[in-house]
Design a protein around this ligand. Structure first.
Ligand SMILES: Nc1nc2c(ncn2[C@@H]2O[C@H](COP(=O)(O)OP(=O)(O)O)[C@@H](O)[C@H]2O)c(=O)[nH]1
Ligand SMILES: [Mg+2]
Length: 329
């Protein structure tokens, strides 16, 4: 990998051409906030056309990854280009589940209309959802019609990620007891569509009924949350699922969709601002930073005050210097 990274001209051209290596590179740059994240920000700026964002969530083992793969196959039949973001809850060091996802998605590996990316989740604190929103943005700019986010249905970060999706699909399966888990975690409230996967397994009807009851006790909404049975391993039920997701999307009014877009953009702006501030701080002169440091050490200036001054200096001088910076292509 080149040290200084790639230029925005490189990313702009490569993404327009559907270059998958460049797309992977762009996502890595953003995810790791590498130097050429700047180039990516500039390359994708204004290229988004409003991809439909679908969140797929549910307990581990419910069959989400398998379901995503079958759903992608259905979308491909419909001629749509699909980006998949798999949020991996396991430690970034184990890599086990990421590998599993890759294998399951490998049937689409040779398909130019599908792009799959795993993102490591980094516990509960920040970062993750911001990076996710940004990756949605990149995939959108790279021409994907649909972006699917697969994530595990537990906790607050979950709900946060779902804020950025247009349609949320909650996947359940018989024998996992997740209908109870789902109710506990408040997951049902965010579901637009419920799936009972593994419909080839015993007790599928009791799972179905439990979910139906749970939904009927939930908040009344204009959109009646449907329950679909699927067999992800054979692709059964996916026409219906795709139709329902589509139908739900049609009911979302413009204001709500704009709201989701604003939520995504808010996260994107935060990451972008953090990126640029870090970059610009480097262009504040050593003497100025030394002077601030000395003042803090003497007790003449508080740390927060000094940081604010440094940040202001960075913003003042940063943009000019970034423009001057040579980024090779
Ligand atoms: N019998 C059956 N097994 C399934 C179905 N969908 C997924 N599985 C299996 O369930 C296991 C967990 O699937 P996976 O997609 O990794 O679940 P995830 O953890 O929710 O992403 C795998 O062994 C799948 O092959 C299904 O519809 N029927
Ligand atoms: Mg999975």
């Amino acid at each position: 990998m080149r040290k200084k990274g790639y230029s925005s001209a490189y990313y702009e051209k490569a993404l327009a051409e559907g270059d998958r290596v460049a797309l992977a590179r762009a996502i890595t740059a953003i995810e790791s906030n590498r130097g050429d994240a700047t180039s990516v920000f500039r390359a994708i700026n204004g290229k988004q056309t409003g991809a439909q964002v679908i969140g797929i969530t549910g307990a581990p083992g419910a069959g989400k990854s398998t379901l995503v793969s079958s759903y992608v196959a259905e979308l491909r039949k419909r001629g749509l280009k699909v980006g998949v973001i798999a949020i991996d809850p396991s430690s970034p060091f184990s890599g086990g589940a990421i590998l599993g996802d890759r294998i399951r998605m490998s049937e689409h590996g040779a398909d130019d209309g599908v792009f799959v990316r795993s993102l490591a989740s980094r516990g509960h604190l920040g970062g993750l959802s911001k990076a996710t929103a940004h990756v949605v943005d990149i995939l959108d700019a790279a021409g994907m019609d649909i972006v699917i986010i697969e994530t595990v249905g537990t906790g607050q970060s979950e709900v946060e990620i779902m804020e950025i999706a247009d349609t949320v699909v909650v996947v359940s399966a018989p024998g996992l007891g997740d209908e109870i888990q789902a109710v506990k975690a408040g997951i049902l409230e965010i579901a637009d569509i419920m799936v009972v996967n593994k419909a080839d397994m015993p007790h599928v009807d009791s799972t179905y009924r439990q979910l139906k009851d749970a939904i009927s006790f939930g908040p009344a909404r204009a959109w009646k949350v449907p329950i679909v049975k699927t067999i992800s391993t054979t692709g059964t039920g996916f026409e219906e699922l795709a139709d329902l997701i589509d139908a739900h999307f049609q009911t979302i009014d413009e204001a709500v969709r704009e709201n989701a877009a604003v939520t995504r953009m808010r996260k994107v702006i935060t990451t972008t601002a953090t990126h640029f501030l870090k970059l610009w701080l480097k262009s504040v002169s050593q003497e100025q930073v030394n002077e601030l440091s000395a003042q803090v050490l003497r007790g003449d200036l508080g740390l927060e005050q000094a940081s604010r001054i440094a940040a202001n200096l960075a913003v003042e001088t940063g943009e000019l210097n970034t423009k001057k910076q040579k980024v090779e292509s």
